[in-house]
Design a protein around this ligand. Sequence first.
Ligand SMILES: CC(C)(COP(=O)(O)OP(=O)(O)OC[C@H]1O[C@@H](n2cnc3c(N)ncnc32)[C@H](O)[C@@H]1OP(=O)(O)O)[C@@H](O)C(=O)NCCC(=O)NCCS
Length: 183
Amino acid sequence: MPSRPDVRVRTAIAADAGELLTVQLAAFVSEAQQYGDPLILPLRDDVGAVRSAVADPACTVLVAEVVVGGPDGRAGRLLGSARLHRGDVGQVGRVVVAPDAQGLGVGSLLLGALHRVAARDGALATELFTGADSARNIAFYARHGYVATHLIADDRGVRLQVMRRAADAFGSPPHAGPPADVG
Ligand SMILES: CC(C)(COP(=O)(O)OP(=O)(O)OC[C@H]1O[C@@H](n2cnc3c(N)ncnc32)[C@H](O)[C@@H]1OP(=O)(O)O)[C@@H](O)C(=O)NCCC(=O)NCCS
């Protein structure tokens, strides 16, 4: 995929669950390989878990979808997803982009759209975690205003870096692309 196709960000619906899970599993394989653990949390989700998140009124699940088909993408294809458990400190999770579409700005579009949802909710901050050894992910989130706070471990002992973004950092960075159709 040489360039990013036209993408729109929209709220996920139940019918997206299968394709969304497929993208999630494909995206997280590289993380699982890095940590030598095929059972990292996002790889344990099933389609029911995705449907539950989509149906949860306290959770906003967004997907990035190709708008116009062409050499760079099939119209309607889901390239990525991200979710926000809303609250005073919104919890961002499952930020995923299909392996062949990574590095094209899709993750930035999704994160920017989630930040707009959090801002609209009046959240004080958003928080997330990523693998403590996942330097590219940590750099990605730092570029979007996140600051490393502390380390935790998952239930299998994988070290995770918690990162937080204050509400006054809300607003999309210049490279985040055009506004999404949400928020
Ligand atoms: C991390 C991820 C969501 C970023 O989305 P993206 O669309 O690839 O990112 P963007 O194109 O908006 O931004 C590019 C930046 O993302 C970061 N990045 C992290 N992993 C990357 C990857 N596999 N390919 C390209 N960029 C990646 C880098 O900082 C990169 O900047 P650089 O090119 O200067 O190194 C995506 O690469 C992904 O799905 N990775 C696998 C799943 C994962 O680890 N998710 C995060 C869990 S907390």
